[in-house]
Ligand binder design. Sequence first.
Ligand SMILES: [Zn+2]
Length: 387
Amino acid sequence: METLAHQIRLVPTPSQEEYFRKACGTARFAWNWALSEWKQRYEAGEKVDGLKLKKEFNARKAVEFPWTYEVSKYASQQPFLHLQAAFRRFFEKQARYPRFKRKGVHDSFCIGGDQIEVSGKRIRIPRLGWVRMREEVRFRGKVVSVTVRRIADRWFVSVHVELEEAPARCESQASVGVDLGVNRLATLSTGVTFEGPKPLRRQLKRLRRWSRRLSRRQKGSNNREKARQKLARFHYRIRCIRQDSVHKLTSYLTENFAVIAIEDLNVQGMLRNRRLARAVADMGFHEFRRQLDYKTRMRGNHLEVVDRWFASSKTCSDCGLVKEAFSLGERRFRCERCSFESDRDLNAALNLFRTVSSTGSQACGEGGSGSSSRWSETTLCESGTWA
Ligand SMILES: [Zn+2]
């Protein structure tokens, strides 16, 4: 069954906030304790294990860390499991070496679902009681776990829910190609476009001003803390605007198309390119992919991820001719062979659309995602014509 998370702003009383701070502190302490033990033992040639460390911590906590009892026991237990997972990712070369946590940076703690009760706009947290939420949890089902975190100076809860029933499946049989753009959020092969808010660029000036202000403030001063909070809130607001526009796009796609073809953009590679970096980050390509992955899984659409070496923007969507050179600056595509002409992004979207329409579109409900295109590796890149 699918698990989804809904992040909701909390409205805690001052004493509840005090509890949150304590629980974050406890979680941070447990993490740092475990990480330092892990390092020492590993260097001493011992075989280390998160669960073993957890047992040891529990055996010692009554005497050495009695204050951990002031908050939910999960606050000091989850970090051991998280550390274990972090090391696994590190050894599988999927993440860097786990680092010590600092106060005020990604403050959070987790609680298991068995301890949690949700009722309307309230959530019950062990050893604390009911805390008000800004909205109700969007999904119906069993609460698996919750994470309480601080973003800027606000508190949020992510409620992870195991869905009771799958959402309505997509009923359309249509296919679509989607070209993600730098100038425009997305262009669909149907001609529909999504402009995207570009909040970062528009507000970059203000952001820069606050960053400068922050760097001028004395370290450890109250004013510096204020400037830091302001900047963090600013970043958070931008992220919300961006996420919202991407949600609109991914919902539209999964509600209206059985088969969705997108390009496998190498976001990391693009971010290294300075000129594109800001616009790319701004548009949230990564967020787009994340949302599309889970929404297509839920609704049963087929997501066709086309190999990134497929020259979607250089290829004529009408006759298949591949241009030798086609610079990023050129906004229109003109084919020398068949005199086809269109908007650059629309041409790319049409090419993506063709990768699915010409292989016979998969019926809605077949599911699956992340498969690479049969087309891209064979005929298209090499020959430059439609086989
Ligand atoms: Zn052509």
